[in-house]
Design a protein around this ligand. Structure first.
Ligand SMILES: Cc1ncc(C[n+]2csc(CCOP(=O)(O)OP(=O)(O)O)c2C)c(N)n1
Ligand code: SF4
Ligand SMILES: [Mg+2]
Length: 276
């Protein structure tokens, strides 16, 4: 099969013939899981605006997707996306970026967008590191991990991002890994169908920066480890903190219906007497 015949190729920009990522990177798996979800819903790229920040993960929509894409500034894609969704409520607005971009410099935007429950689909690629800038520790780096900025082991506790966003009020929250591409794609599909803030945490290997410094090894070894340490949400709920140490809880963390921000905004506008 040639690249032009691939069933998802039609969603990509015709001139793109190669990826920006390193060999073995998990970003390609995440990128394809998203396109599969879009395709299975019968949606067109014209239905979307994709918004990314800065980082390796932020290079998914630009240059790959044949859609309107905004490649914004570090930490700010959710702020840009909020403006896009508020002014174009009929568009599907998807934010695609990294753990550093969305949970460190952009952490405040993330929790407040979840609190407002604005109808965005956020896919956060969590590789536990600042990949693009050379492998510095991030708020998602597990304690004791060796990185270029923590050669004796990282001395901070890591965020559990899915629990954080759930607590902030998002309608939909799920976490899967690149070892679970089918479940990941289904979660993106469910997130796209949900009216409200949808957050999909895609745990993904960065063999070049994270794998090398932490000694977790090759892409293959990292994916194998994801399979070994993953525990479904339901099973985890019956486990003790000691039993869960070193494990990764995967599955659906939240799936509720609640008032969405742009709908509430439209109601307020109607009360004020305006229609737009
Ligand atoms: C205001 C600002 N501060 C810092 C940077 C440098 N910078 C660019 S990307 C990045 C980290 C990206 O990490 P992450 O979002 O996890 O993406 P990854 O590369 O791991 O996919 C940093 C610190 C910047 N571009 N702008
Ligand atoms: S540095 Fe890591 S996250 Fe970035 S493209 Fe390479 S493997 Fe992927
Ligand atoms: Mg990262």
């Amino acid at each position: 099969m040639t690249a032009a015949e691939h069933p998802l190729r039609k969603h990509m920009r015709p001139h793109v013939t190669r990826t920006t990522t390193c060999p073995g990177c998990g970003i390609g798996t995440v990128s394809q899981a998203i396109l599969r979800a879009v395709d299975s819903l019968g949606l067109s790229m014209d239905d979307f605006v994709f918004v990314a920040g800065i980082g390796c993960s932020a290079w998914i929509p630009t240059p790959l997707y044949n859609a309107d894409t905004l490649h914004t500034t570090h930490g700010r894609p959710i702020a840009f996306a909020t403006g896009v969704k508020a002014s174009l409520p009929d568009k599907r607005v998807m934010v695609l970026s990294g753990d550093g971009d969305l949970s460190a410099i952009g952490g405040n935007h993330l929790i407040h967008a979840a609190r407002r429950n604005i109808d965005l689909t956020v896919v956060l690629v969590n590789n536990s590191i600042y990949g693009m800038t050379g492998g510095q520790a991030a708020p998602t780096t597990p304690m004791n991990t060796r990185t270029v900025t923590s050669p004796y082991g990282f001395t901070e506790h890591a965020f559990d991002l899915s629990e954080l966003v759930k607590a902030a009020g998002a309608s939909y929250v799920a976490r899967w890994t690149t070892a679970h591409p089918v479940q990941l794609s289904r979660a993106v599909k469910t997130g796209l169908e949900k009216k409200g803030f949808s957050f999909i945490e895609a745990v993904s290997q960065c063999p070049v920066q994270y794998g090398r410094a932490s000694k977790l090894g090759s892409a293959r070894a990292m994916i194998k480890r994801y399979k070994e340490i993953s525990v479904p949400v339901k099973k985890a709920s019956a486990m003790s903190p000691e039993e869960l140490a070193g494990k990764l809880v995967v599955g659906e963390f939240q799936n509720v219906d609640k008032k969405e921000f742009t709908a509430a905004l439209a109601e307020a506008r109607a009360i004020a007497g305006g229609k737009n």
